[in-house]
Design a protein around this ligand. Structure first.
Ligand SMILES: [Cu+2]
Length: 170
């Protein structure tokens, strides 16, 4: 009679320890899952005043993650289209290519350049992420969205206003 509470307590403790071990095993497997993934650099890029901010001018090759935020003070959609910088072209050449009337609206203009992925359709206040795998070379981000500060939708592509950022993958 007197030993009953002891054994109940004992079982209770065993159960508690068992639950603790199960929890630790779960935590352990969660940890080992994340440590199995090679850690790739993360860049927090944001759009503000029709410019890209926060991306280094030179980054190492390989996998990378970009979190792209739209930090405008008015409602507008931006995008971060990642393209190869064509040999022999300057930043001004790329910006000017979006001023050609036939290119307004983006699609054809955009297709001129070799694509390496994108983060598109990012409204003011939002952040979207994507992963990229880049080999050494010269690249740029551009935005071909055509929204305006006053809420219109048929403005010039933002690239024509200078929404462009060039960087090197070494
Ligand atoms: Cu834009």
């Amino acid at each position: 009679m007197e030993s009953l509470p002891v054994s109940v307590r004992g079982r209770g403790r065993l159960f508690t320890i068992g639950a603790l071990i199960a929890t630790l095993m779960l935590l352990g497997s969660a940890c080992s899952n994340s440590s199995n993934t090679p850690s790739s650099p993360i860049y927090n890029v944001f759009a503000q005043k029709f410019r890209f901010h926060g991306m280094p001018g030179t980054i190492p090759s390989g996998n990378l993650q970009i979190n792209f935020s739209n930090k405008e003070s008015f409602p507008i959609t931006h995008e971060m289209i990642l393209k190869a910088m064509p040999e022999g072209k300057t930043a001004q050449d790329i910006i000017d290519s979006a001023k050609v009337p036939g290119c307004e609206g983006g699609a054809e203009c955009e297709a001129q350049y070799l694509a390496f992925g994108e983060i598109a359709g990012v409204d003011t206040g939002a952040t979207l992420s994507n992963v990229f795998d880049l080999s050494p070379g010269k690249y740029f981000f551009a935005c071909w969205e055509t929204g305006t500060v006053s809420g219109g939708t048929n403005g010039p592509p933002h690239l024509a206003k200078g929404m462009f950022f060039q960087f090197t993958v070494s």
